[in-house]
Design a binder for this molecule. Sequence first.
Ligand SMILES: Nc1ncnc2c1ncn2[C@@H]1O[C@H](COP(=O)(O)OP(=O)(O)OP(=O)(O)O)[C@@H](O)[C@H]1O
Ligand code: SF4
Ligand SMILES: [Mg+2]
Length: 324
Amino acid sequence: MMDTLKVENLHKRFPVKGGHHIFAVNGVSFSIRPGETLGLVGESGCGKSTVGRMIVRLTQPNEGELLFEGQNLSHVKKKDDRRLRREIQMVFQDPYGSLNPRKKVQDIIAEPMRLSGEKNKEFLKEKVVSILKMVELNEGYLDKYPIQLTQGEQQRIGVARAFVTDPKLVVLDEPTSLLDIRFRGEIVLLLKKLQQETGCSYLFISHDLNIVYQLSHRVAVMYLGRIVEEGEAEQVFRNPLHPYTKALLSATLLPDPKQQRQEFFLKGEVPSPLDLSDSQCNFSARCPFASEQCKNCLPGPVTMESGHKVSCFLFHEELVKTAG
Ligand SMILES: Nc1ncnc2c1ncn2[C@@H]1O[C@H](COP(=O)(O)OP(=O)(O)OP(=O)(O)O)[C@@H](O)[C@H]1O
Ligand code: SF4
Ligand SMILES: [Mg+2]
């Protein structure tokens, strides 16, 4: 079956003062299959939102390809533009900030349909009511304003707005991180239910590894604009390979508390993504296993027999040893 999304060697640099550049995304590749959730994790500033924004075409990549069901998103013909905007949707982090405070719930939810050319008022109303039901809210919400809703209800409206156009792919950019803890679980359950009902794919961006574990089929770990590890959620969470993933996970509660995991904490700050070079492992400044090689060359991805991928010289050596 064709991938819903295939991202190949994506780059995004933001020009800043003095002729310098912020290297936000540096050669990211991954794919998402129909009905699958790929969790994208990593510390603040590693480029997660920039990847998400390129997929929904809010930001233009400098290099690389984005293929949605095989169609290149960098060269969208006018006739395909509206359809693609319906089929690829995004849910944002800030539920209140992303809803227009002067509009009623029914108009907020109907807006993406209107923007994509739907004018039939009766159809719009029917669709809005059915989508409200899907996000477990009743018709009593149609005439409410965002300020009259709880945070959890506001985010349900944000989700409804994304699902009203029957998307095939939804980019969820930290949809729970600004919510009060009591609303997080219910939004996660709702997202799971909606995926089961509609069969859509998710790119789920989050800092919260526990939530990523609950929602994702596969996980990609980003560090300074690159994916350093990728695999099935079980593989990455139970048997992390990259030193950075190990460090991220040692600060998190384990899926299985009886399981022992190597304790290993991150030292130092995330280095700046300003004028990054391709001539070293970007994690070398914080990595306890860094060797001379790590400071002079960039480790390429190695794929294990299980399909688990990692970019770290420790595994290059292991492969050389087993091959020898
Ligand atoms: N429009 C922009 N102009 C300049 N720099 C930008 C712009 N957008 C993002 N950046 C920079 O690009 C890098 C990646 O940012 P991005 O928002 O993608 O990170 P993130 O992983 O989503 O972080 P967070 O977890 O904090 O949301 C950061 O250094 C950020 O400051
Ligand atoms: S390549 Fe070297 S510095 Fe980078 S994560 Fe692996 S061991 Fe650490
Ligand atoms: Mg972000």
